[in-house]
Design a protein around this ligand. Sequence first.
Ligand SMILES: [Zn+2]
Length: 450
Amino acid sequence: MNNQNELLYPSSISKPSNLTEHSESLSLSNFVYNHMNDVIKALAELKTDDSELKDISIRGRVCNLKEVEKVLHDIQKNTIYKSNITAKFDVAGRRPSFNPPEVVFLPRLRLEISPQSEAQNDIGTAYYDKENDRYIVKAVCKFHHEFNHEISVDGQVKCIILNGSSEVQAFDFSIGQFDVGVGEDKIIEIFAFVDKGSQAFQLLDEYTPLNFDFIFSSSDRPVRGSNTWMAMGKIDLSLNFIGNYSYDEQVQIQSIMNNEVSSIFNQQGLLIGDTMRNSLLPTDMNYSNFKDISFNDNGLSTEANQLRSNWPGLSNYLDIFFVESFSSVQNPAIAIGKDSGFSPIDGPTAKNSGDSGVIIEGKNAQFELLSSDSVRLVFGVYIAHFVGHFLGLQECPGDMGCSDSPLNFMKPPPTTYTPFGYILNRQFTRLQFLKVAEHGFIKKVLISDI
Ligand SMILES: [Zn+2]
């Protein structure tokens, strides 16, 4: 058989001339040589952790090793890759003890790109530059190689912007030339500007995550690295404490806003910006009026409306009033039914109105131990829930963005007596984010914010 004839010349595959960089060419040829009788069922698999490349599986007889070589060679020669490539050769029906060799290609010059700052899921913030009406993407580029001589990167950079897999924009720019020393992690920071009028600008403006590929030419080969960026929304909060909140408690609640609440909203790129603490002093004649919010039989509260009308925080900041307790003389169940807080749905950005703010029953006995992790988590979910209402979200399943998951943060919270049943309700969906982003309190994260 022709196939076997080819196999009689293992020297032709002993060290493929184009594969000088791989570390195990010898064991590969030994492998083929040693399994001449098996190889008729051989299988070669190419694995790579470079998302640009697909895993390749070449099935067939080992006469196709040339084909395997060709694929390896093409990848070596023509592909701009950023990470290791491993080729694995296997034999179908192998003995259990048989351990097929892997061929690992040593990385040449490679590049890792990370955003200068990020929300969750490693997505970087594309900052809006108000002055020039454009977005700015800041990328941290780490170059590394394992040669024993310096590599020079000439500073010609190509940037390709992709939405999913489709290219929306490409442009070139240049930075200064630099060298990457032996064993060095060379880190540089670059900026890409996305001007108004481009499709990429439009997509960023709609909070679409975009992939930015950066390709640098060098004295080795061009290297490529990429990451995802998107515009982020930001909200500033005024934390207004009415009642007996010690300085430590106020700071702890502020820290819950910046951590537990923030981590819910960060899932989709909504960031908590400034949190400002305000408090009504015990000497204020209204202190005792408003530390407890009372409801009438219909669940309405004149006190809550007066509180929101008369003590607004800064304009452009969402007011969250932390009172001590809720009560209802006629029907205590009404106060309990307030689930530790309440808020209008899609509240106003204008201040001094009866519904301009969220009200939270922060001295609820269940939330007292603010230093406990589980109290922080569950209190964070409650606060996020009422902020979600203010920013326009309905109780699930009332919105398109409510997923099937029972863990959405806009699912109705349990009553104050079983708050910990709510601790895992942290899911915030993309559709919910897009709805919230339309609210007047949500601003784009600006370049001047950093
Ligand atoms: Zn609700």
